[in-house]
Write a protein that binds this ligand. Structure first.
Ligand code: SAM
Length: 284
């Protein structure tokens, strides 16, 4: 069944009485070149288990199932169930969990269903929860080697921006802390049904080994990053002094000790700068 063929999709929808739910970010891929590329570049291969978030009619699920030993997919919309039973009938290596990914214990799910396997995340993410899903996977340190996901083009630029450059934000720093991000390719809005108002891009995050920092150290680091970017074009000394309860003069001294100008703005700091500053604040 050609799941990128609009006639086939319309027929499926009609027979199963399905209609799109805009609030769930349901923009389904109809460009036949895209899903095989996501699967290939995402590391779908024998011996691997793919974790997919948001199946739609199963267009990417099918490509993953053809390449991987196993696919575990989490989909919130139960009205897609009868459609998926039909579209994925030929694949006995796919397991779909109908649940909200933000409420699902993904670590327990993988421990139960993919123990001992290399796991990659591959997904065309619902745009309303792009960053929360990415951060949930990274922060919970799922046993995942890479995460290859389609997101809005602007989100891709922000997520992949190097800390210390103009486009970076708190999300760029957080993503860089946990992984090596890379923008793989752009996907125009015409590749989706219905067509969204924005273009998209596929990014790949290669998960780094654990930094060895204790949870409290990480908590402080992210508190500092978030506070620094809360007024991104302004000098970080003001929001940091308020957030950390440290006087501006003490903070200026700490920054200087870390090799950071006291007048620096958040976008001028590299991840290593933030890490040095967090360590200095911690050992005060
Ligand atoms: N993979 C399909 C494709 O490429 O055509 C569908 C992608 S569509 C952008 C996003 C999918 O995520 C939809 O099927 C939607 O129902 C599902 N979804 C939305 N919110 C979700 C959530 N909180 N948990 C799990 N799935 C969700």
């Amino acid at each position: 069944m050609e799941l990128t063929n609009i006639g086939v999709i319309r027929d499926l929808f009609e027979r199963h009485g399905f209609s799109f739910t805009k609030s769930l970010g349901q923009n389904f891929l109809v460009n036949p070149a895209v899903c095989p590329k996501i699967a290939e570049m995402g590391g779908a291969k024998p011996g691997v288990c793919a974790l997919e978030i948001g199946t739609g009619v199963g267009v990417l699920t099918k490509e993953l199932a053809e390449r991987c030993d196993k696919v575990i997919a989490v989909e919130i919309d139960t009205s897609l169930k009868p459609i998926l039973e039909e579209t994925l009938a030929d694949y006995d290596n796919v397991e779909i969990v109908f649940a909200d990914v933000m409420e699902t214990d993904l670590a327990a799910l993988l421990a139960e269903k993919a123990a001992g396997m290399e796991v990659v995340v591959c997904a065309n993410l619902p745009y309303y929860i792009t960053s929360p899903v990415i951060m949930r996977v990274l922060e919970s340190r799922l046993p995942v080697s890479a995460m290859t996901v389609m997101v809005q083009k602007e989100a891709a630029d922000r997520i992949c921006a190097k800390p210390g450059t103009r486009d970076c934000g708190a999300i760029s720093c957080a993503v860089s802390y946990y992984s090596e991000p890379k923008l793989l390719f752009k996907v125009g809005r015409g590749s989706f049904m219905p067509s969204p108002n924005v273009d998209s891009a596929v990014i790949r995050l290669d998960v780094k080994p654990h930094s060895g920092k204790a949870p409290e150290e990480e908590k402080l680091l992210f508190r500092i990053i978030r506070a620094a970017f809360s007024q991104r074009r302004k000098q970080i000394a003001n929001p940091l002094s308020a957030e950390l309860g440290i006087s501006k003069s003490d903070l200026a001294e700490l920054m200087q000790f870390c090799g950071i100008k006291p007048t620096a703005r958040a976008e001028e700091l590299t991840l290593e700068d933030f890490e040095r500053l967090a360590a200095a604040v911690d050992s005060r």
